[in-house]
Design a protein around this ligand. Structure first.
Ligand code: KIV
Length: 274
């Protein structure tokens, strides 16, 4: 008889209980099976299949080029590697901004073709109709995570990746948008690159978990892009990023050693052949 590994899965309900208990939520991105397996086994609470795949996996300058089919490929690969974490897949640029019907069709495709637990989309008031429509799909609908502050899919509207909502008017709109997303039924919101004081205020006012990236420590959890926190990605060094490793150097060194061993005839040795 095979022994089945029993793990208690992280659900949206577990996340809201964590907020109630004041227990911080850990979230990282992943885009493939192997990385998802590693970070799930390490005990991460939420895995985001972010459209940052467009940057770190495909080498694009922005998140705009990645397609729905490509997000589905990454999402399905990640889900196959995960036993415990809640998996959220980004709705990519162009798959939900057109109208709420298109948003619903895109969200359904992600849920059916990846078996992920939830989707994430960027924006406030502009996307509330889509959020409502997606959440009306069946019972209990499709869980949605919001994303406010720096929203990389709007790069051509804002023109830069600087800290958002530093002016009163934008801060006020962000607070209103956060309330609208909560009222529409989002189970959590990511706040990216905004003043820590503002993020803490949003986390205090809302009952749903607020996950920050460059939004200070007064929120309910943190998210980072895995390539950035492992130091695979050398060029990206914003102030909010803490690097937990220098994998770029480690991997370059390992590849260098392999090349030397092949060239010198040191690899393979007698024990490494048949
Ligand atoms: O796509 C992504 O990786 C994200 C995170 C930065 C929150 O949206």
């Amino acid at each position: 008889m095979s022994v089945q590994k029993k793990v208690k899965r992280v659900t949206t309900h577990v996340l809201s209980e964590m907020k109630l208990k004041g227990e911080k939520i850990s979230m990282l991105t992943a885009y493939d099976f192997s990385m998802a397996q590693i970070i799930d086994n390490a005990g991460i609470d939420v895995i985001l299949v972010g459209d940052s795949a467009s940057n770190v996996m495909a080498g694009n300058e922005t998140t705009l080029p990645i397609t729905l089919d490509q997000m589905i490929y990454h999402g399905a690969s990640v889900v196959r590697g995960v036993d415990r974490a809640l998996v959220v897949v980004d709705l990519p640029f162009g798959s939900y901004q057109g109208n709420s019907k298109e948003a619903l069709c895109s969200a359904i495709r992600i849920m059916k073709e990846t078996s992920a637990d939830a989707v994430k989309l960027e924006g406030g008031r502009e996307v509330v109709e889509s959020v409502t429509r997606i959440l009306s799909a069946g019972i209990p609908g499709i869980p949605i995570m919001g994303h406010l502050g720096l929203t990389p899919q709007s790069i051509h509207k804002f023109g830069t990746y600087v800290v958002r909502a530093q002016e009163d008017a934008e801060a006020k709109k962000l607070i209103e948008d956060a309330h609208l997303l909560e009222e529409a039924g989002c189970f959590a919101i990511v706040l990216e690159k905004i003043p820590a004081k503002l993020a803490a205020q949003v986390a205090k006012e809302l009952t749903i978990p607020i996950i920050g990236i460059g939004a200070g420590g007064g929120v309910d959890g943190q998210v980072l892009v895995i390539h950035d926190m492992l130091g695979i990605n050398q060029e990206f060094s914003p102030r909010f990023l803490r690097r937990y490793h220098n994998l770029y150097a480690e991997m370059t060194g390992a590849v260098g050693n392999y090349i030397n061993d092949v060239k010198s005839g040191n690899f393979p040795n007698e024990r490494e052949q048949y």
